[in-house]
Write a protein of this length. Structure first.
Length: 374
């Protein structure tokens, strides 16, 4: 195939795609037009733009439409980049935004090399990620259905007093024995109970499928290694690995911390240097998992039976890193708390350091996996 100096910007929507083309050099990009966002529409556009089989370079912003367009373009023999929308350069005085202008701007920035591509998962990685994200969705659905049931009971001055926590066996025995004064209210109560039960069963089914998906996955050794750490179970480990993929693409842990938005923001000018809260850029799913795991390090370091059981599937080196993380992060939590820092800021700082230990564990597991193949 002949090489081409043709750069194509795509402004992608659910139904249509605005297409603009920039040729090599300094000439302005030209608008090609709108095409249907279908496989046939995209194939027709690619053939018209490269009638002699030239290799083109295309790009579009990461968004809700996923990576189907990316895989189709790559399969057709062209280059494609999915770019980070938050990192696209913008002119300070540009106050007009249209789909056509966006595609023209993308084509010119692609030609200039000013765009930052995102990591695109392969088919297996994307399937695991969809499974993990589905669990998050159904967990939120269960939380909502539980809240609806409790709100209904509260409206009728019904409150469980048989223990400190709801959703225990005693709670369910109590709530299922309730009898409402109206047949309609009894129907509503039964529907709320069924909704909570159903969401719990769905969540359990997804977690069972996650266990099956882990077996034989190419990144299974990294998942097992992360589970040797405190605060990281199967759900957390698979969530981290499914979202980030192979962590070896980060050459050092500080890159991973910055990617997840766990580093402080900064505004400095001249002699003035001011740091603010964390940037919160990058993958919010992993950042949330790390924050949740970081809360576990407020307790004294110890090797519980559950952690020891999970650690048995890993090497001595991985277990040593995990134990070092426990001692270091617990000491860090205590030190920052004694300085009077709020618990949320303390946990965020611990999560940032936990990110570094996760990178180290993943690197150790990857090196052991490569050594085993030799």
């Amino acid at each position: 195939m002949k090489e081409s100096n043709k750069y194509v910007g795509l402004d992608v929507h659910a139904v249509s795609i605005e297409v603009s083309v920039a040729d090599a050099g300094r000439a302005k990009a030209r608008h090609y037009g709108a095409v249907n966002h279908t496989q046939a529409g995209v194939s027709s556009m690619l053939k018209k733009l490269s009638p002699d089989g030239e290799v083109m370079e295309l790009c579009y912003e990461a968004g809700p439409c996923g990576y189907g367009l990316y895989h189709q373009i790559i399969a057709s023999g062209h280059k494609c980049h999915v770019v980070a929308p938050s990192l696209i350069p913008k002119r300070a005085g540009d106050r007009v935004k249209t789909d056509r202008r966006d595609s023209l701007r993308l084509a010119e920035l692609l030609r200039a090399g000013e765009l930052t591509p995102v990591w695109v998962p392969d088919a297996e990685q994307e399937a695991i990620r969809d499974l993990v994200r589905t669990r998050d969705d159904f967990r939120n659905a269960r939380k909502q259905s539980r809240q609806q049931l409790l709100s209904f009971l509260l409206r009728h001055s019904l409150r469980w007093t048989g223990g400190k926590h709801n959703w225990t066996k005693g709670f369910w025995t109590w709530v299922e024995a309730l009898r409402m004064p109206s047949v309609h209210q009894q129907f509503v109560l039964n529907e709320y109970i069924d909704a909570v039960r159903r969401s719990g069963d769905q969540l359990q089914a997804i977690e069972t499928q996650m266990n099956k998906a882990k077996a034989g996955w190419a990144l299974e050794p990294i998942v097992d290694a992360l589970m040797a750490m405190r605060g990281i179970n199967l759900v957390s480990a698979m969530g981290i690995v499914a979202e980030l993929g192979d962590l070896s693409r980060f050459s050092k842990p500080t890159q991973l911390m910055a990617f997840l938005g766990l580093v402080p923001s900064e505004h400095s000018s001249g002699d003035s240097r001011r740091q603010g809260g964390i940037t919160k850029t990058g993958n919010g799913h992993v950042r949330r998992l790390l924050i949740e795991s970081a809360w576990c390090y407020r307790f004294s370091a110890r090797k519980s039976r559950e952690i020891e059981k999970r650690a048995q599937r890993t090497s001595k080196q991985v277990q040593a890193i995990a134990w070092k993380a426990q001692k270091r992060l617990n000491a860090r939590y205590r030190a920052l708390s004694e300085r009077g820092m709020s618990s949320c800021k303390v946990v965020t700082a611990v999560a940032r350091e936990l990110c570094g230990f996760i990178w180290a564990v993943a690197e150790q597991a990857r090196s052991e996996q490569m050594a085993a193949r030799v």
